[in-house]
Each structure stands twice: as C-alpha cells, then as structure tokens.
Design a protein around this ligand. Structure first.
Ligand code: 3PG
Length: 386
C-alpha cells in the first residue's frame, strides 16, 4: 500500500492507512504537516523497530515522523539520503531469507514433533516443553546480554495475559490434534484460520468486510470440509484440536490488537514474553491432565523403542518450535501483514508436502483436491483483504 501526501499544509495521519501486523497493530505516526508539491511515499514493506525521526531537507518546513517498534511502523523512505535507505533488492533478499528460515524451521519442528508424539503420545507435556525451551533460551539470552531485555511493567503483563491464554490454548490444541491425526491433516484444517477470523470479527465484533472476502471463505470452508470427509485416518479429537487452535489463534490476534496498541517492544521480545507467560499458564494443567506417572512409563517405553535418539528428538521439537515462532515474529518487523499471511499459507504447503513425503501419509486424490482448494481460498482471502 502506498500512502502519498500531496496536499498543501493539511494535517495527515498515515496510521489509518497502514496495514496491521500479525498482532493486529497499526503504526503510530504523529500528524504530518504535508507540504505542497512534494510527494512523500511510504512503502508498506519497510519496517523499523526503533523510534524514527525524519526531517525534510527543507528546514523551514520540518516534518517529524515518529514510529514505535510494537506497531511495526514503516515510514522510512521519506527523503532518506540514498546511501541510508536499504535498496529494494537488499530488502527483498532479507525477506526471502526470513521466509526460507521460517518455513525450514517450521518443517523441522513439525517432523520432530510428530516423531516424538508417535513414540510418546503426551501432547500436553511436549507443548509445555516447547514453551519451556523458548523461555529458557530467551532468559539466557537476556542474562548474557546476547539480546536486549525488554522494559516491561505490570500493565504490559496484564494486557499480555489474555493473549497468552489464547496462545496456550491454540498451541496445546494443535499439538493434541497432531498426536491424533497426520501432520498434513492438522495443517489443512489450520489453513482454514481466515474463515474463523472473518466469522468471529463479523458475528462477535460486528465488523464487516467487502464481498470478495466473504466469497473467499467458500473455497476455504469447502476445501477443508472436503479434505476432512475424505481423510483416511480421520479422528474427531484431531479434527477438533485443529479447529480449536484456529479459533484460539483468532482470539490471540484480537487480544494482541486491543492490548498492545502503542506499546513498545520488538517482535522477538514480544514472543519471548508470550512464551514465558504461556508456560506459567500451561504447566499446572499439564500436570493435572497427564502427570509424572504417565510420563515416566511413556518415556521408558519410548527410549526402549527408539533408543537415546529419542531425547534429541524431544530437544529438537522444543527448540525448533521456539525458533520458528521467533523468526516469524521477527519477520513481522520487516513485512506487511498481507505478505505475512501469504508467507504463512506457503509455510503450510511446505509442511503438508514434506510431512506427506516423510511419513508416507496415504492421500487420496479427492483429499488432495480438498487441501488444494482450501489453500487456494486462503490466497484469495489474502488478496481480497488487501
Ligand atoms: C502450535 O503448536 O502452536 C502449532 O503447530 C502452531 O501452528 P502455526 O504456527 O503453524 O499456526
């Protein structure tokens, strides 16, 4: 999206025109006194994470443009000296690297997660371990100053709480789903998340959307339904887990949007705080639902079946879960929500295809057709939302 300021001496707030990020936040930009005959262009694909001040070369008519990292703001190319503005090619390369890393980490996570769940079917514990690994990695990074610790207050953690509850439910529900059905099936159902987003926004929040957005839900819902009814290893808990995960992640985005407006924190630190809080929420439930006795017996059996490699699988699924999420939140500092949602759909395709190959998942042609229609629908949805 381009935002051009042309009018003489008018006051113009670009924030209203900026797309929202994964957390549902818009950029916060001070009112911009616009100047006659000078076109200012704000590309939506360039993000900054630090407060940013831009001054025009024309000193008599200063323009100050301020952006904060929680809002993943963008206006960086306003009369920037050429040597300071990253070239489009460099920016594209950077985004490609983020995407490739994000998808690769996600594929590795999904494979090890399923390998662990096949041998050790305790999804509540494995979900907790993923959050614990992420929390530990970030606490060590902050303590050793490898990463700058965020400055947070009670208000921050209070607004994070509902986000963390939704994140926890979405995470554990997806893991329970993957413990019952094929990874590919969970991700086909999870590609229906935009449908949940529109339905919740429409019926609970009273938001309305352009007709093409509603139309794009037809292939999403139709494709997911076709894939579900033709799934050879259908399991109701697995199906419901993926559906609950979709619903929970929609609420996670809504709470993020409401609670984090105007807060200043990077994507990486935001996700770290989310992991820590989710871990604290999930741990007691994990003990209540599964518990050490089941884990001890299951662990022994898994070690007997797989050997010592099983421990590395658990480590890999935990660490890669954190890494892929961290990269996805970091990439939000670089890309628009639209690009992000297209990237997320591509990620699902990589996971679906690679897991079918690796686990030799039986797929009927009609089942693959359902998946393809659903994925196509999510593309159409992202275009219609543009
Ligand atoms: C989880 O365990 O949280 C899910 O696998 C998340 O899936 P997603 O990040 O692909 O939505």
């Amino acid at each position: 999206m381009l935002c051009s300021v042309k009018q003489p001496r008018s006051t113009f707030t670009c924030s209203d025109l900026m797309p929202r990020n994964r957390l549902g936040l818009k950029p916060q930009i001070s009112s911009l006194p616009a100047i006659a005959n000078r076109k200012r262009v704000f590309p939506s694909n360039v993000f900054v994470r630090r407060p940013l001040f831009l001054s025009l070369k024309d000193q008599s008519l200063p323009v100050e443009c301020r952006a904060y990292e929680a809002d993943v703001s963008q206006p960086v190319n306003v009369d920037f000296p050429a040597e300071k503005a990253p070239s489009e090619a460099a920016q594209r390369l950077k985004i490609s690297v983020y995407f490739a890393t994000w998808w690769a980490l996600n594929v590795v996570f999904n494979i090890y997660n399923k390998k662990v769940l096949n041998a050790f079917p305790y999804p509540w514990l494995t979900s907790t371990l993923s959050l614990a690994a992420g929390s530990l990695i970030m606490l060590i990074s902050w303590a050793t100053r490898m990463a700058e610790a965020p400055k947070t207050d009670f208000e921050f953690w209070k607004t994070l709480f509902p986000v963390a509850v939704a994140h926890t439910i979405g995470h554990v529900a997806a893991t329970v789903s993957m413990s019952k059905v094929a990874v590919s099936f969970t991700h086909i159902i999870k590609s229906g998340e935009p449908a949940f987003s529109v339905l919740v926004s429409r019926f609970l929040l009273g938001e309305s959307f352009p007709i093409p957005v509603y139309l794009s839900l037809v292939p999403i819902i139709g494709g997911c339904s076709l894939a579900a009814v033709t799934e050879l290893n259908f399991n109701m808990i697995g199906f419901m887990g993926a559906m609950i995960s979709n619903l929970a992640f929609v609420f996670r985005n809504i709470f993020s949007k409401r609670g984090m407006k105007g807060k200043s924190i990077s994507g990486m630190n935001y996700y770290a705080c989310l992991s820590i809080m989710s871990l604290l929420i999930l741990a007691p439930f994990t003990f209540a639902v599964e518990g050490p006795q089941l884990w001890a017996a299951g662990w022994k059996q898994a070690l007997t079946q797989i050997g010592p490699n099983f421990i590395w699988w658990v480590v890999a699924q935990s660490v890669f879960y954190h890494l892929y999420n961290q990269v996805s939140y970091m990439s939000l500092d670089q890309i628009s929500p639209l690009t992000f949602s297209v990237g997320n759909t591509m990620k699902r395709i990589s996971v679906i295809v690679s897991s079918i190959i690796i686990f030799h998942t039986p797929v009927q042609p009609v089942n693959a057709l359902g998946a393809a229609i659903a994925i196509l629908g999510t593309f159409l949805y992202s275009q219609a939302k543009q």
